[in-house]
Design a protein around this ligand. Structure first.
Ligand code: TXA
Ligand code: MG
Length: 340
């Protein structure tokens, strides 16, 4: 199939183009679009055939449920059996924004969207294009990240097309996404409330609003994984760049490894600072430097990984950012990206 492209200025999106994309959604077609986190692969959430096509286009296992994007709280309420006070309080504080709630699913939500489970994940995106698309389509939009299953999420329409061109009906090209990593996901049906995926909204920001503590088990470096994560989607291999990513806990460990690399061994170093300046490293390093600020780093990490993986290299190496809350979302993605 040919993938239609709508090129849109995200500060002043052209209404007619987004209306055309919304018509596609209404007809059960697949349209990728920018959100403030990453690009989403959208379809009418209430149309189970359209939802099936999302799973097909992504090659996503059917046991991994999708997130539904809504325009307002009213639309969110229409999708759930219960809208608890916790959801109301968090929505008032953080919506529209990068925070997803897992709630008890309502009757009109197709069961394939929820992978046959009793809950549904919902968020209200902050991106103007995403908001207009839902508004014009007049339906909630199911949208997982717009990537092939197991590959890196996309933060730019070029990368969406690299992975999904010919497999989806259209893409709204709205520039680089602002957060660069996926939303925080919390399960509001469990007691205590659990964070299933760390993201741009931190655990302490959530706890401040809820006035209770949230359970969270950070992912650890694979060799020491003790028990599987409980969120269905967290079980799979996730966020894998095309070249192996090797992560180290400390700079010293990494230097130790790099010094021993043989001549001709080509690799990329993804670094938060130019800490390798006066070091003698083995092999042929290509250096990529990202910001040492967690927000800036998050914004560009997937973008860089997708560029680096196309280089003529054998692997990517990096030191993980410190085990501090402000880095948890990024650590989570990098540890997953490095596991195989
Ligand atoms: O920022 C985001 O959340 C992006 C943009 C497009 O909104 N979307 C996104 O979707 O990251 P996806 O499908 O790539 O990740 C959704 C995560 C998966 O790990 C999935 O397993 C989990 O949320 N999830 C979805 N529904 C769930 C449910 N009912 N219970 C538990 N986890 C759920
Ligand atoms: Mg994803």
């Amino acid at each position: 199939m040919e993938t239609k492209r709508w090129s849109v200025d995200d500060s002043k999106p052209a209404k007619e183009l987004i209306m055309e994309a919304a018509e596609y959604i209404k007809k059960g077609k697949l349209v990728a679009f920018p959100t403030e986190t990453v690009y989403g692969l959208g379809a009418n959430a209430l149309d189970s055939a359209a939802v099936d096509r999302i799973f097909e286009a992504k090659g996503r296992p059917k046991n991994n449920p999708l997130i539904v994007h809504v325009r307002d709280i009213k639309m969110a309420k229409s999708l759930v059996e219960e809208w608890p006070e916790s959801a109301q309080n968090l929505a008032e504080e953080f919506w529209p924004g990068p925070l997803t709630f897992v709630l008890k699913k309502g009757k009109k939500v197709p069961s394939n969207l929820c992978a046959g489970g009793e809950t549904v994940a919902i968020r209200m995106p902050a991106n103007k294009i995403a908001q207009m698309l839902i508004e014009f389509a007049k339906v909630p939009i199911a949208a997982p990240s717009a990537n092939r299953s197991g590959k890196t999420s996309t933060t730019d329409s070029i990368h969406v097309l690299e992975q999904l061109n010919g497999k989806i009906d259209g893409v709204i090209e709205g520039g680089l996404t602002k957060c660069g990593i996926e939303s925080t996901v919390i399960d509001l049906t469990s007691r205590p409330i659990r964070q299933l995926r760390p993201g741009p909204i931190s655990l302490s920001q959530l706890e401040l609003v809820l006035d209770e503590s949230i359970e969270y088990q950070p992912v650890v470096i694979p060799s020491s994984i003790k028990s599987p994560m409980k969120s269905p989607g967290m079980l799979e291999r996730h966020y894998q760049p095309d070249k192996p990513l090797r992560v180290f806990s400390t700079r010293e460990e990494m230097l130790e490894y790099l010094k021993k690399l043989p001549d001709g061994y080509r690799y990329a170093i993804l670094s938060r600072e130019d800490v390798f300046k006066n070091q003698r490293l083995g092999g042929e390093p290509h250096l990529h430097i990202l910001s040492d600020d967690p927000k800036q780093f998050s914004m560009l990490i997937y973008y860089h990984l997708q560029i680096i993986e196309k280089e003529d290299i054998q692997e990517i190496v990096m030191v993980l950012p410190p085990d501090q809350q402000k880095w948890h979302a990024v650590r989570d993605r990098l540890i997953r990206a490095s596991s195989n």
